[in-house]
Design a binder for this molecule. Structure first.
Ligand code: MSP
Length: 531
């Protein structure tokens, strides 16, 4: 089974910020998770380098658009690496291989009769590179996203016959209820379609930076057509000498925020149909990271600088915080104070501490070897039981409910912490040591080590010793299953923990699927406490 996941390609007119990193981190969670499920995964991110937003920004700086793109694209590429994104390719739309492929596809759209010449008259936001319909305008003919006054434009354009695809789009949405998730975004897209689709400009006469139309080189392609097609073109050249299109198209899943819903949920599938290609498998629309009440953006200044957070706390903590703090799909505020609280309570205390204690007790009471025992029914069952958790998490991730998946995992982290308190393994160890001492002079509890597991150990130890085996096995097994589910979210720390638990596989596994016997080792805290 193949799974192809993408992020939006980011405009190179600005610097990367946490908002961009958010989409990239979310897409990476999906990529990693599907790899763990043994699927054939391809993950694409990149930069959008043509069009008016870039042209204007370059002009403001007195440099060419290409200079601006060459300066900023590597910053986005580095951002992806810093958040530990495992993208298989980084596309830049100024790549001639992309441009050639776009020309081919758009020529097909033209040949198929979906393009005509006309005059555009209406409102245009140069920052969105978007022709706004009357319904999309803010008060006083402003852009609702950028809050700037819009100019009325009149220009000769080539048009894409979007209106001709109204019925096809309605059918697509009816046949595939999960084409756009979450549902309220799907409804938004549907209502846009239901209001009647207007044809959209495919080209613009007054741009200097962009692809020329193959059949009319005087006109440059409207940047959104060039940009959207990246998802398709990249497959043809991402691998030297190999065309991945057959392998990964249309099993493509897009991650994006609601600002660009219309382009992805309406124009994009219509464009593909016009070119005789299949629409993608689906898309998840997430909300905005806010600072206070405002959408995080470079112009507002960064309160949380992803680079600084990563330097101090690591990419895992940033990934966890963003996907946990803001319910995926909704808008939500992020703040440095909120980050520190979650880091301290959930990463350092709940999870890091659980991992450290488990490894420490295995070392102290069983010489680091996970004892042989069965899953404790009490821990396995119930609302926050560990049994079946992996199925539940896969379902949630399949619905792109990333925060929901983290919450499901976290309720088990808390459950395991309660289990430690309830069972007090240190008391059991003491009893084990005492009864061993009363019996035939077994070793001190601290050094019980492997002997505790040897066959033929003194029967007097069976009560507390067996109970301790059960608790330690269940802790090790619980932590292992959770760490496997967390690999996608927090790869570095989860890998370290799994190595420490003697687990070589990264395949998602159910609670109780591994027996005892693994050799574990203690490691430094996964999330050291803040000073
Ligand atoms: N170049 C277009 C996308 C073309 S895709 C074929 C574009 N670029 S952008 O640089 O403006 O990036 C927009 C995307 O960045 C959003 O859709 C979202 O994925 C991400 N985000 C930017 N700021 C964000 C927040 N404050 N919060 C969440 N996501 C944010 O649009």
């Amino acid at each position: 089974m193949s799974f192809y996941v993408t992020t939006p390609i980011y405009y190179v007119n600005g610097e990367p910020h946490l908002g961009h990193a958010y989409s990239t981190m979310a897409a990476d969670v999906l990529a990693r998770h599907h790899r763990q499920r043994g699927e054939d995964v391809f993950f694409l991110t990149g930069t959008d380098e043509h069009g008016e937003p870039v042209e204007l920004a370059a002009a403001r700086e007195g440099i060419s658009p290409r200079e601006l793109a060459d300066r900023n694209a590597p910053k986005f590429e580095r951002m992806a690496a810093r958040v530990e994104a495992t993208n298989d390719f980084f596309i830049r739309t100024s790549d001639p291989r992309h441009m050639d492929r776009v020309s081919e596809v758009i020529q097909r759209v033209y040949d198929n009769g979906h393009v005509y010449e006309g005059v555009y008259e209406g409102w245009y936001c140069p920052r969105c590179a978007d022709f706004k319909t009357e319904r999309e305008l803010g008060p006083g003919n402003t852009c609702p996203i950028h809050e700037i006054a819009l100019e009325r434009e009149r220009e000769e354009n080539w048009f894409f016959r979007l209106s001709a695809f109204e019925d096809d789009l309605k059918r697509l949405y009816a046949e595939r209820p999960e084409f756009v998730v979450p549902e309220h975004r799907r409804n938004e897209a549907l209502s846009f379609i239901a209001h009647g689709l207007q044809d959209v400009s495919l080209s613009r006469p007054n741009l200097n930076w962009g692809l020329r139309l193959p059949w009319d080189p005087e006109q440059r392609m409207y940047v959104w057509f060039d940009a959207l097609l990246n998802y398709y073109t990249a497959l043809s050249f991402a691998r030297e000498g190999e065309d991945l299109s057959e392998r990964f198209w249309p099993s493509c899943f897009h991650v994006l925020a609601k600002d660009i819903l219309k382009f992805h949920a309406v124009i994009w599938p219509a464009l593909l149909l016009a070119a005789g290609l299949e629409p993608p498998r689906g898309m998840v629309i997430h909300g905005y990271l806010l600072m206070g009440e405002r959408k995080m953006s470079k112009s507002l200044g960064d309160v949380i600088d992803p680079g600084e957070v990563i330097d101090r706390f690591g990419a895992d903590a940033l990934r966890f915080y963003c996907l946990r703090e803001v319910s995926f799909g909704q808008d939500g505020s992020v703040s440095a104070a909120g980050f520190e609280t979650r880091y301290e309570t959930e990463l350092a205390n709940d999870w890091g501490n659980l991992a450290s204690r488990t490894l420490a007790m295995l070392a102290r009471y069983r010489g680091g070897v996970v004892p042989e025992a069965a899953p404790d029914p009490e821990l396995a069952s119930g609302d926050d039981g560990l049994e079946g958790l992996e199925v539940r998490v896969c379902e949630l991730i399949d619905r792109a409910e990333l925060s929901g998946a983290l919450e499901a995992i976290w309720s088990r982290v808390r459950r395991l912490n309660r289990y430690v308190e309830e069972r007090s393994p240190w008391v059991l160890a003491k009893q084990e040591g005492e009864s061993a001492g009363e019996g035939d002079g077994g070793g001190a509890p601290g050094e019980a080590g492997r002997e505790a597991q040897q066959p033929g150990r003194p029967r007097t130890r069976s009560g507390a010793g067996d109970q301790l085996d059960v608790v330690l096995y269940n802790l090790a097994e619980g932590v292992r299953t959770l760490a496997l589910l967390l690999v996608a979210f927090m790869p570095a720390s989860s890998e370290r923990l799994l190595d420490a638990l003697g687990e070589d596989s990264r395949e998602i596994a159910g609670f109780g699927s591994r027996g005892g016997g693994a050799m574990t080792e203690r490691i430094p805290p996964l999330f050291p406490k803040l000073d």
